[in-house]
Write a protein that binds this ligand. Structure first.
Ligand SMILES: [Fe+2]
Length: 296
């Protein structure tokens, strides 16, 4: 019988998981802390470990397929050996920030953020896309000297901004090529769908401008409200640049990834028309740190 090891410091949580799993043919073992979990793994290697912290995999395997396999197996992040000190620190901070976010959520917020994760999972090409967007947006906000609550808004908004895609059909989300006149409005509706999902929660009201306005364009030709320049909330302008950059440097269904330089050239070409010039240039100065986060 396969062995499933459940690691959680809360006995009621472990018990709940054991009860859920009692309906399938598995031997559920429990550990209340990391030390006893390791002892149990040593004594008898489990087939599966369920634990409540982010998992970052470090391995000598470096091909894209290995990376995808690790992430599909549930790793939150992936680093290839040899690991650089600065990269390790950036990734550990990032994983701990995610854990901290989940620790502070109430149950309604938990549902919202889980939905955002489900959206991400719908499109395997995005991997940890939204999490990296949150990290990069927070970093740029920090460089701009924005307040701690605003940095938190940028981080959460970066993670949740595309939550409305849960209401867009997979055939449109995954279409390898440009969308037609019928599909395009359905795709664009994700900003308003997202807004209506999050609006009932008062605690996340600060995220609404990011969700609604992350596809506005600096020249006023974006959607849904055709806001221009500084009419676009600053947090939305920042997330929009981070979102575009991370999408460019990672594989998408319709094209393979660009180099950091190519991605920056695309952003600069659209600076002042699509994107906020100030944010684009700020991102350019922060490329090494973004690289450590896995965003490039
Ligand atoms: Fe979007």
């Amino acid at each position: 019988m396969p062995v499933v090891l459940v690691v959680d410091d809360s006995a009621p949580n472990r018990e709940m998981i054991r009860m859920y799993l009692s309906t399938i043919d598995v031997d559920v073992q429990q550990a209340g802390d990391g030390v006893s979990a390791l002892e149990m793994i040593e004594a008898r290697a489990p087939d599966l470990v369920l634990l409540d912290v982010p998992v970052v995999m470090i391995t000598g395997l470096s091909q894209t397929t290995h990376r995808v396999m690790a992430l599909e197996a549930g790793a939150d992040d992936f680093m290839a050996k040899p690991v650089e000190g600065a990269e390790l620190i950036a990734r550990v901070r990032s994983a701990l920030r995610l854990k901290e976010l989940y620790n502070t959520l109430d149950s309604a917020e938990h549902v919202i953020f889980s939905l955002a994760t489900a959206v991400e999972a719908k499109d395997s090409f995005t991997e940890r896309h939204t999490h990296r967007v949150g990290e990069s947006a927070r970093l740029l906000g920090q460089k701009l000297g924005l307040s701690e609550p605003t940095l938190d808004t940028l981080y959460r908004g970066g993670i949740i901004h595309d939550i409305g895609k849960i209401g867009v059909s997979d055939s449109i989300l995954h279409k390898p090529g440009p969308l037609n006149a019928i599909e395009l409005p359905q795709m664009q509706a994700h900003v308003e769908i997202g807004e209506s999902i999050v609006r009932p929660l008062h605690s996340t009201s600060g995220l609404l401008p990011i969700i609604r306005h992350h596809h506005e364009r600096f020249d006023g030709s974006g959607y849904p409200d055709r806001l221009r320049a500084r009419e676009i909330p600053r947090v939305a302008r920042i997330v929009s640049v981070c979102d575009a950059f991370d999408a460019l440097v990672n594989d998408r269904p319709y094209r393979s990834r660009r180099s950091t330089e190519e991605a920056l050239a695309v952003l600069r070409a659209g600076s002042g028309t699509q994107w906020d010039p100030e944010t684009v240039e700020l991102l350019a100065t922060e490329l090494p740190t973004l690289h450590h986060l896995g965003a490039a």
